[in-house]
Write a protein that binds this ligand. Structure first.
Ligand SMILES: Nc1nc2c(ncn2[C@@H]2O[C@H](COP(=O)(O)OP(=O)(O)OP(=O)(O)O)[C@@H](O)[C@H]2O)c(=O)[nH]1
Ligand SMILES: [Mg+2]
Length: 305
């Protein structure tokens, strides 16, 4: 493993892929291998999240291409939803990156799928570990592409330092409550498919809904497919500042994920569920027991740095 790690750090992509697989399978403790990235002021990990089919991959490809041309190196972790939500598109189909095929730029980009089915333990932690490992191997930036639906995926996004939410044209139903949680985490909103009707209307709806609160993130119109607004988006994203509101929301998600992991990793977790079901202990006793110091599998920190 040490040899493999050394090769990965020296730029051997096959070794990197094998190390990431080992991290995904829960076989490696990343924190013993790499030092946390020193804070530079710039972000290291960015999540790109939004509904299935909204155009995240097309946009990520276009943005990574622009950053690569400027000399930045970016690794993409594409989190594969474990439920066949979009009709079960396979990994190979979901990640089609033109930048990877460009011989001038391919050395500055790396793409890896994370199959959530395979990940042992909590997916957000695994994704966080993989991101930390990539940074430790010298990649400037890591992007996590994740479908913005469901708790686990929200928490995958919360692993990142910055969160970009991708939206599409208005569908006439306004901004539903379930979307609010995601929009709360956004440091930037990209309304994609601005070549289609309804994109401008949706951008206006979003701006209006944010205006009710404080610290609204910027809302930008883009078309990943046509390239409209992509240069500007790439520039804004590179130096994206976090908002206070989104930072609080991120920390809440990380804290809850960490608590859940602590409870479920306790050696007496299953027995406690049985005891609770039989009424021999109550919830307060169960919490006291599971949060006691004697929990045997030490939980990893949930943070890439
Ligand atoms: N008209 C239009 N279509 C777009 C645009 N961007 C992406 N698409 C199309 O939208 C579809 C989905 O694009 P993807 O980039 O795969 O979307 P995604 O959000 O990554 O999808 P999942 O990863 O499956 O959630 C593809 O058919 C794209 O060609 C755009 O700006 N305009
Ligand atoms: Mg995609």
């Amino acid at each position: 493993m040490t040899d493999l790690h050394r090769s990965a750090q020296n730029g051997d992509r096959r070794a990197l892929a094998r190390m990431l697989s080992a991290i995904e399978a829960g076989e490696v403790d990343v924190q013993t291998l790499i030092d946390a990235a020193p804070p530079t002021g710039a972000w290291n990990v960015m999540a790109i999240t939004g509904a299935p089919g909204v155009g995240k991959s097309v946009l990520v490809d276009a943005i990574m291409q622009r950053w690569a041309r400027q000399g930045h190196t970016t690794a993409l972790l594409a989190v594969d939803p474990s439920s066949p939500r979009t009709g079960g598109a396979l990994l190979g189909d979901r990640v089609r990156m033109t930048t990877v095929d460009d011989p001038e730029l391919s050395h500055r980009v790396y793409v890896r799928s994370v199959a959530t089915r395979k990940a042992i333990g909590s997916v957000p932690m695994v994704v966080g570990d993989m991101a930390a490992y990539l940074l430790g191997c010298g990649w400037d930036r890591v992007i996590i592409e994740t479908v913005g639906a469901g708790q686990s995926e929200l928490r995958c996004a919360a692993v990142a330092d910055r969160i970009v939410v991708v939206e599409g044209p208005a569908r006439g139903d306004g901004i539903q409550a379930e979307k609010a949680g995601l929009l709360e985490l956004a440091d930037l909103v990209l309304v994609n498919k601005c070549d289609l009707d309804g994109a401008e209307r949706h951008a206006a709806e979003l701006t209006e809904s944010y205006a009710l609160g404080e610290e609204a993130p910027q809302v930008m119109l883009v078309s990943g497919l046509k390239g409209t607004g992509v240069d500007q988006a790439a520039e804004v994203m590179l130096d994206l500042a976090p908002s206070n509101r989104s930072t609080v929301a991120k920390m809440r998600e990380r804290l809850h994920a960490s608590l859940e992991r602590r409870l479920t990793s306790h050696s007496r977790y299953n027995q406690t569920l049985v005891d609770l079901s039989q009424g021999t202990i109550d919830i307060h006793e169960a919490m006291a027991l599971l949060l006691s110091e004697r929990h045997e599998s030490p939980g990893r920190d949930d943070q890439p740095r």
